[in-house]
Design a protein around this ligand. Structure first.
Ligand code: DMJ
Length: 643
């Protein structure tokens, strides 16, 4: 329909058209023919316009239907053959029973809409009960399901994996009878720890050796995942405890199930379970360990669904919902947790041919590389939502430690091809040496903690692993400072030995100070405990491998005797609450890392170097050995280090 030229275009009104006698007083009797004709024309145009408006403007009931958004539904139901007109898509309805039918139809649709709205409201209410993270995780789980279905549809066989050369997995018998005896003693301690766990804690995560029952902590959620079994497997294997190894394997095969509604620590599950299973796989060649490791890794992946890709500290294995520790600064993830996944994840990609694991850890590395570091130091806290550092607290002990360890070990594990990791390690260690490492008045080298621009002159038992790390990283260090780093490792080993030697039980406290006349001694009561930790013995072993200085075996033997004397009980081994007390009380926990690490490092200390040689094996932070990957001819998607 065209718009008549006389209609106002701008909304301004035209002057009223008065054709009565008073409109033209001087021309009343004298209207000429041409004027009459023009008036007639205007009149006829006006009549045409009114007529057009009556027939062609859409009716108002039609508009109502559009407002309801029902046009698609209604139009097909109108029977135009019974009086309805269809003009250019607009419908004008007939009268009588058609109208009645139409009303019924509208009523039916209104009811349907009402019912649909109510249903949607109910669903929305249900959703609102859940947290944002839960909803996101549900969406992600759905997406993953679809992805997996798609994968299944066109699943190709995994590419054949060239298995690394597995050297030195069951040798190491020392010729010296004295050393052999010490090694046997360590093996006997392992048997005591295992047998008691077998008897009283089987299937539980850990053992309470005095109460003689199972034990667990929040790092494993409320699950019973047999942490001690998985953590102990490779130690059993290298000690030649094959019956026990098979028992463990059988339990894992039949009982280890990850579809549990349990919120676990991503870091702990990675280093103890995935690391333990992978090491057991490489040592024994039993497929079940590889399969379980890959299944479990799949359960950890939802933890990476954060705005930055920095994983949550915890994840629910069933729902995939992740979150961080309540105590962490500003909702942050922890450097030593999200920075201690690299070794295991690279192996997972290597074994499965699926780059997803590798990409996750490389993404973390790239993100860290881009960030500013105060004084070249990595703070312990990083917010996974904002990608910003939390509190400026740097530590080579708890919260920071194994991040640095994994930079070095990523390089070693890549057959020294991953030079990017080596550079990050070198840069970090230089900053640590400059800002955190000091000598006490008594001449003991220690590593303090950096807290908002201030150095706290306190060192943790956990920090003592760094002596071994410095020695391990000496070869290949920047500016050929190998001698310097070996010396630094020796100094840290010495300091940590002093922290043991200055106690009544000859076992090291959790943390010790170098302040106000105090040297390598714990001051606060809640720092005087020893919970069967491995770090000092770990450093003795690395120092022994690199120097063969007999003092390291001597120090290791002192620790063995002290543990056997003060921590051994008839139901296993327990931590002690005060290493300065001659009548210590027990904490009644046999930690899984005692079997995975402490006893393994002691056994290696009294073995020959051909057992798990360091040119072929790299130990994860839970002492699980993983083979060096010689990938010169294969690729691990994208990283030039692996080309
Ligand atoms: C172990 O679980 C690992 O070594 C971890 O890196 C930190 N320390 C505990 C044992 O002390």
């Amino acid at each position: 329909m065209t718009t008549p030229a006389l209609l106002p275009l701008s909304g301004r009104r035209l002057p009223p058209l008065n054709l009565g006698a008073s409109a033209f007083p001087h021309h009343r009797a004298t209207l000429r023919l041409s004027e009459k004709f023009i008036l007639l024309l205007i009149l006829s145009a006006f009549i045409t316009l009114c007529f057009g408006a009556f027939f062609f403007l859409p009716d108002s009931s039609k508009h109502k239907r559009f407002d309801l958004g029902l046009e698609d539904v209604l139009i097909p139901h109108v029977d135009t053959s019974k009086g309805g007109k269809n003009l250019g898509g607009f419908l004008i309805h007939g009268q009588g029973h058609d109208e009645h039918r139409h009303r019924e139809e509208e009523e039916r649709l209104r009811n349907k809409i009402r019912a649909d709205h109510e249903k949607a409201l109910e669903e929305a209410k249900e959703k609102l009960k859940k947290s944002r993270d839960e909803i996101q995780a549900e969406i992600q789980t759905e997406k993953n399901k679809v992805m997996q279905e798609l994968k299944k549809k066109d699943s190709k066989p995994l590419p054949p994996v060239p298995l690394p050369n597995l050297i030195g997995i069951n040798s190491g018998e020392p010729a010296d009878p004295d050393i052999r005896e010490k090694r046997n003693k360590v093996k006997e301690m392992m048997k005591h720890a295992w047998d008691n766990y077998r008897q009283y804690g089987w299937g539980h995560n850990e053992l309470k050796p005095i109460a003689r029952k199972g034990h667990s902590t929040n790092i494993f959620g409320n699950s019973q995942m047999g942490a001690t079994i998985v953590d102990a497997l490779d130690t059993l294997y290298i000690m030649g405890l094959h019956d026990e190894f098979r028992e463990g394997q059988e339990w894992i095969d039949k009982n280890l199930d990850f579809s549990v509604n349990s919120e676990v620590s991503v870091f702990e599950v990675n280093i103890r379970f995935i690391g333990g299973l992978l090491a057991a796989y490489y040592l024994s060649g039993q497929e079940v360990f590889k399969i379980k490791a890959v299944q479990l890794a799949g359960k950890l992946l939802p933890a990476f669904n954060t705005p930055t890709g920095i994983p949550w500290a915890m994840v629910n294995l069933k729902s995939g919902v992740g979150r961080n520790w309540g105590w962490a600064s500003a909702g942050s993830s922890i450097l030593a947790e999200f920075g201690t996944l690299h070794m295991e994840f690279v192996h997972l990609s290597y074994l499965t041919g699926d780059p997803v694991y590798y990409n996750k850890v490389m993404h973390i590395r790239k993100l860290l590389q881009k960030m500013d570091r105060p004084n070249g130091l990595y703070p312990n806290y990083l917010n996974p939502r904002t990608g910003r550092w939390g509190q400026h607290h740097t530590s080579v002990g708890g919260l920071g430690d194994s991040f640095y360890e994994y930079l070095l070990k990523a390089w070693l594990m890549s057959d020294k091809m991953d030079t990017e990791a080596r550079k990050m390690y070198d840069d970090a260690i230089e900053a640590i040496e400059k800002h955190l490492i000091r000598k006490s008045n008594g001449g003991l080298t220690f590593i303090g903690e950096w807290k908002n621009g201030h150095l706290e002159r306190k060192m943790g038992h956990l920090t003592c692993f760094a002596g071994g790390m410095f020695a391990l990283g000496a070869d290949g260090s920047r500016d050929d400072k190998a001698g310097h780093y070996l010396q630094l490792g020796a100094e840290i080993a010495h300091t940590c030995h002093e922290s043991y030697d200055r106690t009544t039980l000859k076992l090291g406290p959790e943390a010790f100070k170098f302040d106000g006349g105090v040297e390598a001694v714990a001051v606060r009561q809640n720092e005087k405990y020893y919970i069967l930790r491995p770090e000092v013995i770990e450093t003795y072993w690395y120092m022994w491998r690199f120097t063969h200085d007999p003092k390291y075996r001597q120090w290791g033997w002192e620790a063995t005797q002290a543990i056997d004397k003060y921590c051994r009980v008839s139901g296993g081994f327990s931590g002690v609450k005060d290493v300065y007390s001659s009548s210590p009380t027990y904490d009644d926990v046999q930690q899984s890392f005692f079997l995975a690490e402490t006893l393994k490092y002691l056994y290696l200390l009294f073995s020959n170097d051909d057992l798990l040689p360091l040119d072929n094996w790299v130990f994860n932070t839970e002492a699980h050995p993983l083979p060096v990957l010689h990938l010169a001819n294969t690729t691990l998607s994208g990283n030039p280090a692996y080309r």
